[in-house]
Ligand binder design. Structure first.
Ligand SMILES: *Cc1c(COP(=O)(O)O)cnc(C)c1O
Length: 457
């Protein structure tokens, strides 16, 4: 039976609980996109309308939707082996994927632990760090974590504990573990003091600190806040000096998003642990990995009592692994990261030009990420969801709805352009064709102009 659009919306509104969504407002007021097909940079709704996917469907579809080679790899693997555990068993896809990942990872990361999504990749990193020091001679006191203001590392309780976006943290604060918060180098007001703060903290408290966790170069959920690679280089040196692990959460930034394969490449550093997700499977299947160095890995030698006590049911899933291998093959064959360079220039210059518009500030861009902030003196009672409040790096969010007005304007023009509060950003598929990218940039500009003119005057 084929459902009509109205039937889908009725069932949805009767039963589906949407993420980060004020459901009473949603059921009453929101007319959702109803997507039943996607191809390349486009989403198609049930009325046959086409939308450019400006955020690669929550930052995932790095090679576009339904890439024919990824679909074929999934079909081939489904006929062979859909799942087996990695407990005393292995399979060709997991073994080859691990080797292929190590070959392109920052040098020195030689071990791969598979899990399901970005949040679990971070959970793995947390448990690795805790157990590593817990069973290392003299390391027992090192069990605290340090993370940045505005950090976002995922949704599970452990990953949320590292999170520095106050609105996401607050409802769960009573059950989150203690995390030391340091100023973000992406905050212009704190740039100099951010270096001093982390330096001083590691100097005085390194006996208690297991790891510093960062989103390298770009803090995504905080509103695409970009910081100088010098901070990462400095941090690498400080962590080495004080025997603290450096964990880089490349779930968003990895796989070419910032114009290099890894954001850490901008700084030329190798972290002790790297988390990957999102683009890792081209956004097709839940599949993630946590990479570690030999030093860390060998900390778990010494028999059963010292083994890493961690593992999810779908760890190393063959379907996900087959697709993830094909992602790497496509990236190599199509020189995806090389192709990004020209597109990145177009994006950067378009956003820089938008920075001259009234009520627009802080245009910023790196690789296939760009953002700007709106500042319109309006307020609104009904916030459509909570993500919008995340755009404030420090603690309290905005309640304005200019970002959502731009979203509506872009939708009418044929783009899916979710805001982060009053931050308008794009992170399209890396493979978006140039003409489609130019169309998207024109839509962003026209949508902002429309909203600024309607309410800014
Ligand atoms: C999205 C994200 C996560 C969480 O990934 P999920 O797949 O949503 O669990 C973790 N870290 C960063 C930096 C992210 O952007």
């Amino acid at each position: 039976m084929t459902l009509s659009r109205e039937q889908v919306v009725r069932l949805d509104k009767a039963h589906v609980w949407h993420p980060y969504t004020a459901m009473d407002v949603y059921v009453r007021e929101v007319d959702p996109f109803v997507i039943d097909r996607a191809q390349g940079p486009y989403l198609f709704d049930m009325d046959g309308r086409r939308y450019i996917d400006a955020n690669a469907s929550w930052w995932l579809a790095s090679l576009g939707h339904n890439h024919p080679r990824l679909v074929a790899a999934l079909q081939r693997q489904a006929e062979q082996l859909c799942h087996c555990s990695l407990a005393g068993t292995t399979h060709p896809q997991a073994a080859q994927l691990a080797a292929e990942l190590v070959a392109i990872a920052p040098p020195g990361l030689t071990r791969v632990f598979f899990s399901d999504d970005g949040s679990t990749a971070v959970e793995v990193a947390i448990k690795m760090a805790v157990q590593y020091f817990g069973q290392r001679k003299g390391g027992q006191g090192k069990r605290r974590f340090v993370a940045l203001e505005g950090a976002f590392h995922g949704e599970t309780v452990g990953a949320s504990s590292l999170g520095g976006v106050e609105v996401f943290r607050r409802p769960f604060a009573s059950v989150l573990f203690d995390c030391v918060r340091v100023p973000s180098p992406a905050d212009d007001a704190c740039f100099g003091s951010a270096f001093e703060a982390i330096k001083e903290l590691l100097r005085t408290d390194h006996d208690e600190i297991a790891a510093v966790v960062v989103e390298p170069i770009v803090q995504g959920a905080a509103g695409m806040q970009i910081y100088d690679s010098g901070y990462l280089r400095e941090l690498r040196g400080l962590c080495d000096q004080h025997d603290v692990l450096l964990i880089a959460d490349e779930v968003f930034t990895g796989y070419g998003r910032t114009g290099r394969m890894w954001a850490c490449e901008h700084a030329g550093i190798t972290p002790d642990i790297v988390c990957v997700g999102k683009g890792f499977s081209g956004g097709m299947l839940p599949m993630a990995a946590t990479l570690a160095t030999d030093r860390l890995f060998e900390g778990f030698f010494g028999g059963r009592s010292r083994a890493l006590l961690y593992g999810h049911s779908y760890c190393g899933n063959p379907l996900g692994a087959a697709v993830a291998r094909e992602v790497l093959a496509v990236m190599r064959d199509e020189d995806v990261v090389g192709q990004v360079q020209g597109k990145a220039k177009r994006i950067a210059s378009a956003f820089a030009a938008m920075g001259a518009m009234p009520h627009v500030s802080r245009p910023r861009a790196l690789g296939m990420v760009a953002a700007l902030d709106l500042s319109l003196p309006i307020s609104s009672a009904a916030s459509r969801d909570f993500v919008e409040t995340a755009s404030d790096l420090s603690s309290h969010g905005y309640l304005g709805d200019a970002g959502w007005k731009v979203y509506d304007a872009a939708r009418r023009r044929g783009a899916y352009l979710r805001p982060l509060g009053e931050t308008i950003y794009i992170c399209p598929p890396l493979t978006i064709p140039d003409d489609c990218l130019d169309e998207l940039l024109a839509i962003v500009r026209a949508s902002i102009e429309e909203v600024v003119q309607s309410i800014g005057s």
